[in-house]
Design a protein around this ligand. Structure first.
Ligand code: SF4
Ligand code: SF4
Length: 277
């Protein structure tokens, strides 16, 4: 029976153990985490003034890569598909304003915190201290950055996760009849998944990364390494735009929505050819 356990969770990361889940389903969720969950990011920038050493394009690119808080925006703004046209409808965009200037013999680093929300105080940079550019003496930059919901498959700036990986769940067996208690496996295990205490080998499979170092160093071939069938660990690290558990839930919702579209299109195709169910 399908089950999901939360192995580890923090404000930025989550690790789940998926049991009795076919690899195709687990992988669909993993990919949806990176490519399908909508988040806010700056999509275009209007420059009113730029006398800095950097071109408009470089500054725009840097601003577009700044993660923006998307917790509530994901429900309040129109979906990416509705906002791509040259004249998008209302409810697609919100803007942030940046104005910085230096005096005679003054220098200034402009940070993400200098991007001020104009309409929506909930769409702001996740991290305040990301440097955008440095102004030399008597330089000025004034711009408006427009953000909308998008998906990672369109551009990585909209991906909510820095990491989304699926790994096997290890199964380590030490064959006692061949083990000579030399401790080499424990000493060479980079994650301390194997330990020797009171002449007994202790194993913590949750720490194992399946690197096979223990198998390589054991001279008596006493270590057997395998993984559990239809059991996977899904590890997701958020970029900060959404909580990690929200990212996984949204990814599952997106997969479900796609299957629903698939189902409806198939029904239409069948009825077009006169097939009755
Ligand atoms: S390396 Fe092999 S023989 Fe040595 S303690 Fe580990 S399992 Fe036993
Ligand atoms: S496979 Fe690597 S991480 Fe796992 S127990 Fe062996 S040495 Fe440690």
């Amino acid at each position: 029976m399908v089950s999901i356990d939360v192995l580890e969770r923090s404000s930025s990361e989550i690790t789940l153990v998926l049991k009795d889940v076919p690899l195709e389903y687990a992988n669909a969720v993993r990919r949806a985490v990176l490519e399908e969950v909508p988040t806010m990011a700056v999509d275009y920038v209007v420059f009113y003034d730029n006398t800095s050493a950097l071109s408009d394009e470089i500054i725009s690119h840097r601003i577009s890569m700044i993660p923006l808080k998307s917790d509530t925006a994901i429900e309040r703004y129109k979906q990416p598909e509705e906002c791509k046209s040259s004249s998008p409808p209302d409810g697609c965009y919100t803007s942030l304003y940046l104005e910085a200037e230096t005096g005679h013999q003054e220098e200034l680093v402009v940070y993400s915190r200098d991007l001020k929300p104009q309409e929506d105080p909930e769409v702001i940079p996740v991290y305040r201290d990301i440097p955008i550019l440095k102004l030399g003496p008597q330089q000025r930059v004034v711009l408006e950055a427009w953000a909308r919901l998008g998906r990672g498959r369109e551009h990585i700036k909209w991906s909510p996760a820095a990491v989304s990986v699926l790994t096997h769940v290890p199964m380590i067996t030490i064959h006692a009849d061949r083990c000579v208690m030399c401790r080499l496996c424990a000493e060479n295990c980079p994650t301390k998944a194997i330990d020797v205490k009171d002449s007994k080998i202790q194993i913590d499979e949750s720490k194992c990364t399946l690197c096979r170092q223990c198998v390589k160093v054991c001279r008596t071939e006493a270590v057997e390494l395998d993984w559990r069938k239809d059991e996977y660990k899904l590890h997701v690290e958020s970029s900060g735009v959404l909580k990690p558990e929200r990212i996984v839930l949204e990814a599952m919702t997106q997969v479900k929505k796609k299957l629903q579209i698939f189902y409806e299109e198939f029904e239409k195709a069948l009825s077009a050819t006169g097939v009755k169910l």
